[in-house]
Design a protein around this ligand. Structure first.
Ligand code: GPW
Length: 794
């Protein structure tokens, strides 16, 4: 490569002039950012070609990761770090009178995902590249990613996100890679074969973004599909005077990739969503077969060379689509096509929540995808025939609905859960009958996060301390963090560790001042809950505890309290009224608490709008306490929990998802556990008065509910939260009341630990030192070995 500060400066200037079309005297921050991005991109292209060639030459097994979401965030700094060029880039820019950080912050945050599921896909892409696993991500190039969130009088207001209004320098348009995707129409029998005559068509066209791994040794491709109309204009229909119909092909193309559905762990059942799912799946499967046939004569050995992973059931039409192509296009028998498809496909389940499990009415499926509906019936019948003991209650098609979970399960050779606990619940609660029939199918792959973005990039101070203490190399071998452990006995190391944390908190205080206008004391405890707003994640319980704390200080203004900053971040789905009410309440409580002179900095509520990957990078390194307080049995894994603990935050949490494994790794003495277990939740729910009884037992909670009901946080509309309070007393499905007292008990222990600065330092450092297991590199190795049968090319 042989790159110097001087030559890189010339690269930037070259792109500024010839790619961006500006000269240095007239270039804006945006222009400089583009020029820098193109200069960096150039450095990715060579390893990218080399990786492609290597895969081709050695006929490596390829992995295709199909996902409706890739929550990538900003790319520039991540690329610079993985290429090892951050220092050179910053120096070269300095010579040009530009500031690296300013350009980094100019980049829009690519939000092609809702939350954990989409961010996991992004971490996995980065880890596949780091490990040299020949992989391709397939997704949708949404014109508008997840909406932007604003608060108006404390309520969430959504505005469209428009990342593509600017030039996107990381992608390469591939107009030559395109496929026609068909919808609707009818079936005809011709010469004993079924022929699908479509009613609507759209062209899927490829946009490739290279994904560079750590140290630039391997690069993979993220291929996002855009839509183009098959005919610009239907002249025949236009001439008939049917002007609306004449524009139909264009309308379909414009709507299909227009916007990401903003529902996290809830399925909406909309026709357009089904079309999006098929659009992604069909284009990707066709592309996979095209690639394969470039190097092989026929499809009989597809399963030896190809693994396809379905990120939840959203791309679960991959099964029927693959069978359809093998049978209808490549003349394979249905039985053989089914067998090959099962060998190729894997399915990751990310939730047990019934409202998230996709089901499509047979009517809608039959209308939008008539041939697939037929094939799904054939799959169902074949599975029933091969498994006569299968009860009808787990048929793929039942009660006039296609159950995508069962479809994905039946069509895959492996189904995986995303944490140890979740995997057991997938077996015992979600698919007990299918697991009985296929006892080896369900396996665990506990989620992970990429240490390059979530430690090296987000927390340069801690990354430097780690390198200074144990040397480099931990970035691609995170288990090496355990070498920190002996140093924790050393007071100077603990001081250094806490100095890094304090530096991050000072920097984040300044940031909060800027975005929220509040002065925050960096020595207060930063208590962080950042994630989508959802009842099961129980932000409500955190707000109740905040109110209880406020009430305590009000009752005893001269008392001793450990100063806390309650930091919230997260979006509610636009149509999720109960979650929006929680957003409103957090802001209402924040207004009262933050303006109360009695608090004197001992309690503050900060809720910056529009939480996204970039904000996560800001907040996580500054956190002291990580709130992972979901109702046990509801959070499949969590990944924010891993990022926070890795960055030296202590967790207060339930025995849910990956919390269980985090606690095992960091040690129970370094984790604040509380709450009912998943089993206890099920038992307790049988008592219809569970909430009422718990509230009667907790004076604090009773007071909290009374204060809310009185309108103390909504003086302009005193009955605003009557419904919320009423539901807490009388239904409380997510057990906020039943867990509240124990949550308070654990919070008191947190306070006590925080008062002992040195004890806290030990606990925090131990968290970092023992989180090596939670690297997404470990997860991807697990997928490669247990599911994909893929080998590293490095
Ligand atoms: F419902 N998850 C998510 F399972 O972020 F599809 N969005 C989703 O739509 C779903 C799951 C789905 C999350 C889980 O809630 C979280 O516990 C998990 O850590 C994450 O997926 C990655 O596995």
């Amino acid at each position: 490569m042989n790159l110097t500060r001087e030559s890189f400066r010339n690269d930037i200037l070259h792109h500024l002039k010839f790619t961006v079309g500006k000269d240095a005297g007239h270039a804006s921050t945006y222009d400089w950012r583009l020029a820098l991005s193109f200069a960096l991109r150039d450095r990715i292209v060579e390893p990218w070609f080399a990786s492609t060639k290597d895969t081709w030459d050695h006929d490596h097994k390829r992995v295709f990761y199909l996902s409706m979401e890739f929550l990538i965030g900003r790319i520039l700094e991540d690329a610079a770090i993985n290429l090892g060029l951050k220092g050179i880039a910053a120096a070269a820019l300095m010579d040009l009178g530009q500031d690296f950080d300013t350009l980094v912050h100019d980049e829009p945050d690519a939000a092609l995902g809702n939350g954990g599921l989409g961010r996991l896909a992004a971490c996995y892409m980065e880890s596949m590249a780091t490990l040299g696993c020949p992989g391709y991500g397939y997704g949708i190039r949404y014109e508008h990613g997840l909406f932007r969130q604003r608060f108006e009088t404390g309520q969430q207001v959504e505005t469209p996100e428009d990342w593509l209004n600017q030039r996107h320098p990381w992608e390469f348009e591939r107009p030559e890679s395109n496929y026609t995707v068909r919808f609707k129409g009818h079936l005809e029998e011709r010469h004993g074969r079924t022929v699908w005559v479509p009613g609507e068509t759209v062209i899927a066209t490829a946009y490739d973004t290279p994904v560079i791994g750590w140290e630039g040794r391997w690069a993979n491709t993220l291929r996002l599909w855009g839509a183009k109309p098959t005919t610009l204009f239907d002249l025949e229909r236009f001439n008939r005077g049917d002007y609306t119909a004449a524009a139909e092909p264009e309308t379909l193309a414009r709507t299909i990739t227009r916007v990401l559905y903003p529902d996290d762990t809830t399925y909406a059942g909309k026709e357009l969503r089904l079309k999006q799912e098929y659009f992604l799946t069909s284009a990707s499967i066709k592309d996979i077969l095209r690639r394969y046939l470039e190097a092989h004569d026929d499809l009989t050995e597809l399963d030896k060379h190809v693994a396809i992973q379905m990120n939840d059931t959203h791309p679960a039409l991959a099964g029927p689509e693959l069978i359809r192509l093998l049978v209808d296009k490549y003349n394979m028998t249905f039985e053989r096509a089914m067998e090959i498809s099962q060998n190729v496909l894997g399915y990751t389940n990310h939730t047990l929540l019934p409202e998230a499990l996709e089901r499509w009415s047979t009517w809608l499926m039959g209308t939008v995808l008539p041939r697939h509906m037929q094939i799904i019936e054939m799959i169902d019948a074949a599975h029933q025939k091969a498994n006569p003991a299968r009860p009808s209650s787990v048929a793929i098609v039942r009660n006039n609905e296609v159950h995508m979970g069962e479809l994905a399960f039946v069509m895959s050779h492996k189904v995986n859960g995303v944490s140890a606990l979740h995997t057991e619940l997938v077996k015992s609660q979600l698919f007990p009958e299918l697991t009985k029939l296929h006892p080896d199918r369900v396996v665990n792959q506990t989620n992970g996060v990429t240490p390059r973005r979530w430690l090296k990039l987000a927390n340069p101070g801690l990354a430097k301390l780690v390198t200074d203490t144990i040397g480099g190399g931990w970035e691609a071998d995170l288990e090496r963090l355990s070498e920190l452990e002996p140093h924790i006995a050393d007071a100077a190391f603990r001081e250094a560790f806490m100095a890094v944390k304090r530096g991050n908190k000072v920097q984040t205080s300044n940031w909060m001042k800027k975005v929220c206008g509040l002065n925050v004391d960096p020595d207060a405890m930063f208590d962080v809950q950042v994630k989508r707003i959802h009842e099961y994640k129980r932000q409500l319980m955190n707000v109740f505890e905040t109110i209880a704390q406020w009430h305590e200080i009000k009752k005893n203004p001269e008392g001793d309290f450990v100063p806390r900053v309650k930091i919230f971040g997260g979006k509610s789905a636009p149509g999720y009224a109960v979650a929006k009410e929680i957003v409103h309440l957090i802001n209402d409580v924040g207004r009262v608490v933050n303006t109360d002179p009695d608090m004197r900095g001992r309690l503050q509520v900060i809720y910056p709008a529009n939480y996204n990957v970039t904000m996560a990078e800001q907040l996580i390194p500054a956190a002291d306490l990580s709130e992972q307080i979901s109702t046990a049995g509801k959070e499949a894994s969590g990944t924010g929990n891993m990022k926070l603990s890795l960055n030296g935050a202590l967790t207060i949490g339930t025995l849910d998802g990956a919390n269980v494994e985090i606690r095992e790794h960091v040690g129970p003495e370094n984790f604040f556990l509380f709450g009912l277990t998943a089993e206890e939740v099920l038992t307790r729910r049988k008592n219809v008065k569970h909430a009422r009884e718990a509230i009667e037992h907790s004076q604090a909670l009773k007071d909290v509910l009374q204060l809310i009901a009185e309108g103390r946080f909504s003086p302009d509309e005193r009955d605003r939260y009557h419904g919320l309070v009423d539901r807490t007393w009388n239904s409380d499905y997510f057990m906020v009341a039943s867990d509240f007292a124990d949550y308070q008990r654990a919070q008191a222990e947190v306070d006590e630990a925080f008062l002992d600065r040195d004890r806290w330092a030990r606990m925090a450092a131990i968290n970092t030192a023992r989180m090596g297991f939670f690297s997404s590199d470990r997860s991807i190795r697990g997928y490669m070995d247990d599911i994909w049968g893929a080998k590293s090319a490095l």
